[in-house]
Design a protein around this ligand. Structure first.
Ligand SMILES: Cc1ncc(C[n+]2csc(CCOP(=O)(O)OP(=O)(O)O)c2C)c(N)n1
Ligand code: SF4
Ligand SMILES: [Mg+2]
Length: 281
């Protein structure tokens, strides 16, 4: 067939799309209003994007968009402030808890959270994390544990699993010489300043719902000024793990949870629980 013939077959007319009346549809989902339209830079299937969405759903449902301040980390979530339509402050690598301390002390009526990866929180920022929680600072720490330094191309993190291959442990992490995966969430839960500590995962629909609930509870607790809340979320890094998004979710389910079991680690009790129920009316 000649090129001219092909050209004549192309239909240049605008397609006619029949408009179906809105009442024929039931709206079952929409993007939270606090999430900006900006396309995200995260790799396909990355947990960061999903957690951003959950967090903004919670912000929308609690109606606190103009009452919350986030502290962005250095790591793949460094551009969180481009996606979240709330007040944000950037912190140098590992320093988010120190920055959040200042923000919450100066603005005690605001809800304040940090958003940090495992390299940020459990390596370079270990001191800030431990001391902020030990002081019982009244903010929420959102800790995305994907077991690697995602942004810098997948080096071993303190949370890398034993046997896991990374760019700096190409034969797999061994306890000898490289140490054990650091359970910093369990460690800080014993500090008196820790008020609510939980580990969740966004590896399946149930996990997503539980993670959202944990974020919701943690923000409600902040109004009680009873100490630091820490929500660890087992994330993924399909790019550096060299897996498809689905394989990476299975890896979280089948491997990561063996080292980092899911569930609440420290829960408010008694009077505090009553207060949460009243706050959550
Ligand atoms: C003071 C300082 N040291 C090191 C770096 C390099 N650096 C940037 S991101 C990063 C690790 C990020 O890993 P993580 O916090 O786990 O976040 P992820 O990308 O996995 O979400 C490092 C070491 C830096 N930016 N600043
Ligand atoms: S490198 Fe990993 S953590 Fe970073 S955006 Fe890609 S998948 Fe997510
Ligand atoms: Mg990481």
């Amino acid at each position: 067939m000649e090129t001219d013939e092909i050209m004549t077959e192309v239909n240049t007319e605008e397609p006619v799309i029949e408009k179906i009346p809105d009442e024929d549809y039931e709206l079952v989902y929409k993007k939270p209003s606090a999430l900006l339209e900006t396309p995200m830079h995260y790799c396909p299937g990355c947990a960061h994007a999903l957690v951003h969405k959950l967090l903004m759903e919670v912000v929308e449902e609690l109606d606190i968009q103009d009452k919350i301040v986030g502290v962005a980390p250095v790591g793949c979530a460094v551009f969180a402030y481009d996606y979240l339509d709330i007040d944000m402050q950037e912190a140098a690598h590992g320093r988010a808890c120190a920055v959040a301390t200042g923000v919450r002390r100066i603005l005690p009526d605001k809800y304040v959270f940090t958003y940090q990866g495992d390299g940020d929180l459990a390596a370079i920022g270990t001191a800030e994390t431990i001391h902020a929680i030990n002081r019982g600072e009244n903010f929420l720490i959102i800790f995305i544990n994907n077991a690697v330094y995602g942004m810098t191309s997948g080096q071993m993190a303190p949370t890398t699993l034993l046997g896991m291959k990374t760019t700096t442990s190409p034969y797999g992490r061994t306890a000898e010489g490289m140490g054990y995966p650091l359970k910093i969430t369990e460690m800080v839960s014993v500090l008196p300043g820790a008020f609510y500590v939980t580990r969740q995962a966004v590896n399946n629909p149930t996990g997503v719902r539980k993670t959202k609930k944990a974020l919701m509870n943690a923000l409600k607790y902040q109004k009680l000024n009873k100490g630091t809340c820490l929500v660890e979320i087992l994330g993924n890094c399909p790019s550096n793990w060299k897996m498809t998004p689905i394989e990476s979710m299975d890896f979280v389910t089948n491997e990561m949870t063996k080292t980092f079991p899911l569930g609440d680690i420290k829960l408010p009790k008694g009077e505090d629980l009553k207060l949460l129920n009243e706050e959550g009316k």
